[in-house]
Write a protein of this length. Structure first.
Length: 665
């Protein structure tokens, strides 16, 4: 290794962080740690970076880990489609096995460096190379929101208890989980000869109400328990004046019991949760001012005992004890650490720091639940920082990659509410500002590492989030097949399936719009249901592109599609290849959703899809601003240059020379 500028590089990612929203908060003094990092380091004047296309979580984080464009590394949307498989078959994009480009963490681990990759999307499963495995610590890169989320065994819940309840006993209402986030349910798993699992789309998006991130679109959901409040009876140890209510947990299979308790003034101000009325001591006592400590329990699932941990929070408690609204977090399996390498590390973290507080995914239209979402992120960000710092101090890695998903998840719940037309847009704009503040606190935990003058920090995001339109046309929804516009244009044939639900008639379908911006020709010899002769391919592609440009929104009369590219032309924007469609298109700004269907330069209502970038510490110029367009592909070669080591084999970016001391003025 030659010309080393740093002995350690740490990449801190904030998913969904948008410079258009963030920079005014920095200027107002609300993000002191991020501002300090910018003042100590180098960035564009607006802290912005050009993201990869499409502006979707897995492709962009993968680019930031290997320096290659999505068309090269192979993760081309949230889901991936492999040509030759059924056009309604897609595979989850958070999968390192899809990545065809060498990652910087595998490269440096193989070269003998200790590497820590903590909750970084597209990093799991780990490499099969034994030289990599002995030098890498890898903590769950399969789920964007929360590390260890695959270990959740029971959904979050809201308990609504009242003396005036219409129910005589607790009633459990499970949320309807839409696995895709839109109207395209994925229920049939398919495994290939290598054991890779993909998903078959068993319904299609046909109406605007099925779109994502709008007033009528997907929002977080939760189980609901509606239960009566009664005078406490039959308890071994119920204080005088206590009131009781029931709770149903464990996917509706288990009952727990609660007492509402009064203070010395006779005001009801806390809740005690018991396994049974026969127990003398509660599992936990929850007050109205803070979250509970971790509640440990055992649930019976599939005939086996599962040890779990979860948290409780009182949302509302009437002083007379007549009404209660109680939030119960996701439950974590205390023995499931299969997405960690080495696996014993998970138990070590839980034993030392307690069970991870899973974040809430609750609805975007309830202000009390919005506060729960914010608080849950504040708690998880602290846990994330504490455990990450512990691992850094214990293992002294040369390279650290990590990411926090706070802004993105809250953005998907709330960004649609930032439109000026929304009646509570100021409330939700402030809530989003607080999501940046909690992320700023998280960044502040790592700034002391730069004091050794041997560590460089990078602060980046994958994409920003725009306050998109309420009901965009049915194109470019990343979660499945959009039948709306393509059916209207005559390219998709529809029929009713055996259950009477709309389905694609492949015998009458020439092309489909799939995922965030891809159109596939239903081609004979390639696609299992193909009806288009290869000799007709070029002419059909041209016609579809013409029709996309000619298509007008019915409400406004405006053109919907900004541009469309043939497969061979997609290389211009870093796409193309076997994991991309025959056509790739981008929507006009007036029709964008929150992200994914636009160029990374788009934005509106004080929001944008641009990414953030700041570098500071060893080898980086102080308080330096560049006019250079910083791109996501440039981050990896710049890290490699600072460490004086090799560059991943497929890296396509360039070193950010202007930001580094070694290259002078």
């Amino acid at each position: 290794m030659q010309n080393i500028s740093a002995k350690r590089v740490m990449l801190l990612g904030i998913d969904g962080a948008d410079p258009a929203f963030m920079k005014p908060l920095m200027d107002a003094g609300r993000l002191p740690n991020i501002k300090r990092m910018a003042d100590m380091g180098a960035c564009h004047e607006n802290c912005e970076m050009m993201g990869a296309v499409p502006t979707i979580t897995p492709p962009c984080w993968s680019t930031l880990g290997n320096g290659a464009y999505p068309g090269t590394h192979g993760i081309t949307c949230f889901w991936t489609h492999f040509k030759g498989k059924a056009l309604d078959e897609i595979e989850f994009g958070m999968n390192s096995r899809i990545v065809k480009a060498e990652t910087i963490w595998n490269l440096y681990a193989k070269n003998g460096h200790k590497v820590l990759v903590y909750h970084y999307p597209t990093s799991w499963p780990p490499s099969e190379d034994p030289e990599v495995l002995k030098n890498i610590i890898l903590v769950d890169g399969t789920c964007p929101e929360t590390p260890f989320f695959t270990a959740q065994v029971d959904y979050e819940k809201v308990v609504k208890a009242s003396e005036n309840s219409e129910f005589k006993a607790p009633v459990y209402k499970a949320c309807e989980v839409d696995e895709t986030g839109a109207g395209c349910f994925m229920s049939e798993e398919i495994s290939d000869e290598k054991g890779n699992t993909s998903l078959k789309m068993t319904s299609i998006v046909l109406s605007e109400a099925d779109g994502i991130d709008g007033e009528n679109g997907a929002a977080g959901k939760h189980d609901v328990v509606q239960t009566p409040i009664k005078p406490a009876k039959g308890w071994v140890a119920a204080p005088a004046g206590a009131k009781e209510f029931g709770i149903i947990v464990n996917k509706g299979e288990t009952r727990r019991y609660g007492l509402i308790l009064a203070n010395e003034k006779g005001e009801y101000d806390r809740v005690a949760i018991y396994k049974s009325k026969k127990d003398a001591e509660p599992m936990v006592v929850v007050n109205t001012t803070d979250w509970s400590e971790c509640v440990y329990d055992v649930y019976k699932q599939d005939g086996k005992d599962v040890r779990i941990g979860r948290y409780y929070r009182i949302m509302h408690l009437a002083s007379d004890g007549s009404e209660l609204r109680l939030y119960i977090s996701f439950a974590a399996n205390l023995d499931d650490f299969h997405l960690i390498h080495p696996e014993e590390l998970g138990r070590e973290l839980f034993d030392k720091f307690g069970v991870i507080p899973f974040v809430s995914h609750s609805t975007s239209h309830d202000k009390e639940l919005a506060q729960i979402v914010l608080e849950s992120w504040q708690r998880q960000a602290r846990w994330h920082a504490e455990t990450l710092k512990y691992l850094i101090e214990k293992h002294n890695p040369t390279l650290v990659y990590t990411h926090l998903h706070s802004v993105d998840l809250m953005g998907h719940l709330f960004t649609a509410n930032l439109r000026p037309s929304h009646q509570d847009h100021e409330f939700f704009r402030e809530l989003m500002a607080k999501s940046y503040e909690l992320s700023d606190d998280w960044v502040g935990e790592f700034l002391p590492y730069m004091e050794d003058q041997e560590t460089t920090l990078f602060l980046v995001s994958d994409h920003g989030l725009t306050a998109g339109e309420e009901n965009p046309p049915l194109l470019a929804d990343p979660w499945g097949i959009n039948a709306g516009v393509m059916s209207e244009l005559g390219y998709i044939g529809l029929k009713n399936d055996e259950k009477g639900k709309p389905a694609i008639d492949w015998s009458k379908t020439k092309a489909v719009a799939q995922r965030s911006g891809y159109i596939y020709i239903n081609l004979k010899g390639r696609d299992p249901e193909g009806i288009v002769d290869p000799s007709e391919y070029d002419e059909l592609v041209t016609k579809i592109i013409d029709d996309l440009y000619a298509y007008r929104d019915k409400k406004t009369g405006k053109r919907v599609v900004a541009f469309a590219l043939r497969s061979e032309d997609q290389k211009i924007i870093g796409l193309g290849g076997e994991n991309c469609g025959d056509i790739y298109y981008i929507l006009e700004p007036d029709f964008n959703r929150i992200h994914g269907d636009s160029l990374p330069t788009y934005g509106k209502h004080g929001t944008s899809v641009m990414s953030i970038f700041i570098a500071a510490g060893a080898g980086v110029k102080q308080n330096y601003r560049t006019e250079r367009v910083i791109r996501q592909v440039d981050v990896v070669p710049t890290i490699a240059d600072l460490l004086g080591g090799p560059v991943p084999a497929q890296c396509e970016g360039g070193i950010l020379y202007q930001l580094l001391n070694k290259y002078g003025q």
